[in-house]
Design a protein around this ligand. Structure first.
Ligand code: SAM
Length: 340
């Protein structure tokens, strides 16, 4: 559903990275409890060129708390379509972007459906699209969502709590041990996936995030725990979250949809946080930037002209200054392509 709000007004809305309350979390040291800090914000603004005269319409496919949208609106973007699967994120972004009134429209839904939402606004093409993948610190720090092993929350982990799809509880307590092991290996790259899955299967039902974290930590060999800076359950939690939200399939589907929506010269920027999603984005960008022609004299199976070119060949990573303030940004990579 698309909703427009209030009268349009331009002003400066507080810093996008204000730190109010801090407490230790799974990213290592200390993180703000109050607001998600937009990652690589300067680099995203530079890449999407909001100051260019013809950059007026932007889709923020993952608006979260609205930090990137705010930075882009402040830098000159005229109109934003802000999407998110999480209704609480949409509400947070509404509050944060309220001063921009009618310039911001909201779509509570999956970014794979961005074309329909854009058409609803009368937009056939757009000038820029941003996808900041994964989950926000607001979601991790919400003690009711089950994303974090710090809270004794039910194992939910759905981005969209209105959806009737499986929760993490359904997977943890419903899948066979070998299916769980495959899931932890595939989506969490957990080397001890079989051992962890057997321990879970033996101790079911497991109903809370803290209990699951304990079972996983107890199952891992001491050496594996000593070697890692992360909480021992990090990979299992990542795997469950990716599976619950079908995240990798969404990433694969959205890239051609987003490219197709861009006007010539328009740009798509994607921020990833782990190698699984980064690999998908890299491969998709490569595919769409390559001409596919049949060898001379051979019948063509499929011919395709490149639809984008790379803006940066190598992904952009955060500067040390950013990673020290925001440890979550450590693994971020920004890739950008331009529509031909
Ligand atoms: C890293 S956060 C975005 C933070 C945002 N850029 C900011 O500055 O506050 C990722 C957001 O994407 C949303 N999300 C993840 N997958 C999605 C999908 N397939 N469609 C729409 N939103 C999605 C999550 O609910 C989360 O709010």
């Amino acid at each position: 559903m698309i909703a427009r709000r209030g009268a349009r007004k331009r002003n400066r809305l507080g810093g996008s990275g204000c730190l109010l309350l801090v407490e230790p979390n799974e990213y290592g040291t200390f993180m703000p409890m109050s607001q998600h800090i937009p990652i690589l914000a300067h680099e995203v603004v530079a890449a999407l060129q909001p100051e260019a005269p013809d950059t007026s319409r932007l889709i923020d496919g993952t608006v979260g708390g609205g930090g990137h949208s705010l930075a882009l609106l402040e830098a000159g973007v005229e109109a934003v379509l802000a999407c998110d699967r999480d209704a609480s994120a949409i509400e947070a972004a509404r509050r944060r972007l309220a001063a921009f009134g009618d310039s911001v429209s909201f779509f509570h839904g999956n970014y794979v459906d961005m074309r329909g939402a854009a058409t609803g606004l009368g937009w056939r093409t757009v000038d820029a699209i941003l996808l900041d993948l994964g989950l926000s610190s607001d979601q991790i720090d919400d003690p009711t969502r089950g994303f974090s092993f710090r809270f004794d929350a039910p194992l939910d982990m759905r981005f969209d709590r209105d959806a009737t799809t499986d929760t993490a509880d359904d997977l943890v307590n419903g899948l066979a041990a070998d299916q769980l092991a495959d899931l932890f290996f595939r989506y969490g790259e957990e080397r001890h996936s079989r051992r962890v899955a057997s321990a879970i299967a033996r101790q079911r039902p497991i109903r809370s995030a803290t209990r699951l974290a304990q079972v996983v930590a107890d199952a891992l060999p001491a050496q594996a725990k000593r070697r890692s800076r992360l909480h021992p359950a990090t990979k299992v939690f990542q795997a469950l979250r990716i599976a619950v939200n079908n995240e990798l399939a969404a990433v694969e589907r959205v890239i051609p949809i987003a490219i197709d929506l861009l006007r010539p010269g328009g740009r798509l920027a994607v921020i990833t946080f782990h190698s699984l999603e980064d690999r998908l984005v890299k491969q998709a960008f490569k595919r769409h930037s390559t001409n596919l022609a049949s060898p001379p004299g051979m019948a063509s199976i499929e011919e395709r002209r490149a639809s984008v070119k790379f803006v940066n060949r190598k992904p952009i990573s955060p500067e040390p200054g950013e990673t020290s303030v925001n440890p979550r940004s450590r693994s971020a990579k920004l890739r950008v392509v331009e529509r031909l």
